[in-house]
Write a protein that binds this ligand. Structure first.
Ligand code: BGC
Length: 456
């Protein structure tokens, strides 16, 4: 089999994780700049101050992307690089960086996909309450407008948010990511309200300012449960669990965020759990929040993680000696079949895989190459599952490997390496890993090479 025509074979990144240049050319702090400069938040006291120095080396990086043959590249814009105080004055030099990056990508024949928000809230806005402030949807709308005005003549694909599950769930409810807060349920419900409106207002702003027809989506993640067997009952049970709303960490699930945005209402679970405490919206607000989108972006790594992981025993799908990555995440290729299937069947939009990959402890071998066999096998298995979903009629329009290059893995620092391009942080030397060369073949054959060694 080959993949659909015009399939977007891509790779992803995020501003804070690769750009560096944390205070260059008028940029001010994001919450990640701020908290990484406080001791105790990031492994080894590392920061994104320099990271991969992509801000200064993006031309070299785009040349490597071209060498791999990427059809698309998903990156995020740093809000405080473009609007240093979060609202008000626009920083032309910051915008110019993204404009130059887009030009370089287009010149290399690579479709740019922009995520507006990959967690780096301007610190100035955090000091005004951040996502708790009812003004936050208006701040985000104004920022979206600036980006659309400047870049939508050349960029066709936009995503509003990356993973509300993480920046709101882990950042503001569980306290494991910046800004490391643990808020009560009522506050989380108020934050959620602001999030839905911020998404809706940004989509409207993008469409109003668009210089060409745009394709707009979001890039959430969320636990996807795997059926215990292929029986219809087990598949239904896995589907139910995948869209359930957990009474505790309700912000970590899929449907909490996606049902209002993609279906225009809260799920039955959410209604049962919170009743009258749920955010209420006028019909006009619902229309804004749930306005039609073009695709369902999804970041998918493993079957459910059960956060926090139990101290004894294993989370689902792990067992003594089971295949796991450097972050202890399960290798469960079936999730790449069931996630697109469940999400398409519930939300009826084409699926775009916006992130997938694995962390390793790769290093450069004596021969100068990076032999990341495990990543190649991981990708091979996951892509075969994606192919199976496509064969079963699920419309999938793209796949983006996380990540294009090794980078700052948030609180875990630089140890876990997710890239297809190895980065030596001491010299900033880049080396294409074996997986990048392997992926180049997959792209060149539009997926056909995946089937060479396999009868799947
Ligand atoms: C995020 C990335 C992150 C990756 C691996 C996703 O949650 O969007 O920023 O590096 O997973 O943890």
């Amino acid at each position: 089999m080959t993949f659909p025509e015009n399939f977007l074979w891509g790779a992803s990144s995020a501003a804070y994780q690769i750009e560096g240049a944390w205070n260059a050319d008028g940029k001010k702090d994001s919450i990640w700049d701020h908290f990484s400069h406080e001791p105790g938040h990031i492994a080894h006291g590392e920061t994104g101050d320099v990271a991969c120095d992509h801000y200064h080396r993006f031309r070299e990086d785009v040349a490597l992307m071209k060498q791999i043959g990427l059809k698309s590249y998903r990156f995020s814009v740093s809000w405080p690089r473009v609007i240093p105080d979060g609202t008000g004055e626009v920083n032309e030099q910051g915008l110019q960086f993204y404009s130059d990056l887009v030009d370089a990508l287009l010149e290399a024949g690579i479709e740019p996909l922009i995520t507006l928000y990959h967690w780096d809230l301007p610190q100035a806005l955090y000091e005004k309450g951040g996502w708790k402030n009812p003004e936050s949807p208006a701040w985000f709308e104004a920022y979206a407008r600036v980006i659309a005005r400047r870049l939508s003549d050349r960029v066709r694909y936009f995503m509003t948010f990356n993973e509300p599950q993480i920046f709101i769930g882990l950042g503001l409810q569980i306290g494991a990511m910046a800004p490391f807060e643990q808020n009560d349920t009522d506050t989380m419900l108020a934050i959620s309200r602001n999030f839905y409106l911020a998404h809706g207002q940004a989509v409207s702003a993008l469409r109003q300012e668009a210089r060409q027809p745009l394709k707009i989506g979001m890039a959430p993640t969320g636990d996807v449960y795997l059926p215990k067997s292929g029986t219809p009952e087990d598949v239904e049970e896995a589907r139910r669990a995948s869209f359930a709303v957990d009474a505790g960490a309700f912000t970590l699930g899929n449907s909490w965020w996606a049902d209002p945005i993609f279906l225009g209402h809260f799920s039955e679970d959410a209604e049962a759990l919170f009743g009258d405490r749920l955010p209420r919206f006028t019909p006009e607000e619902w229309a804004l929040i749930a306005q039609p989108l073009d695709f369902y972006g999804f970041n998918v790594y493993q079957g459910t993680t059960h956060y926090p992981v139990p101290a004894d025993g294993y989370p689902d799908y792990a067992y003594q000696g089971s295949p796991r990555t450097t972050l202890d995440w399960n290798v469960t290729p079936e999730v790449m079949y069931y996630a697109p299937k469940f999400l398409y069947e519930r939300y009826h939009l084409p699926i775009m895989i916006t992130e997938n990959g694995m962390a390793g402890m790769d290093w450069v071998s004596l021969d100068g190459h990076v032999h990341d066999m495990q990543r190649m096998d991981f990708l091979h298995r996951y892509l075969l599952s994606l192919g199976k979903a496509i064969q079963d009629g699920i419309p999938v329009i793209g796949y983006h490997h996380w990540s294009i290059m090794d980078n700052l893995e948030w609180c875990r620092g630089y140890d876990p390496r997710f890239g297809m391009i190895y980065v030596d942080y001491r010299t900033q030397k880049r080396t294409l890993k074996d997986s990048a060369l392997w992926y180049a073949d997959v792209i060149r054959t539009n997926g056909k090479s995946l089937y060479a060694l396999s009868d799947c």
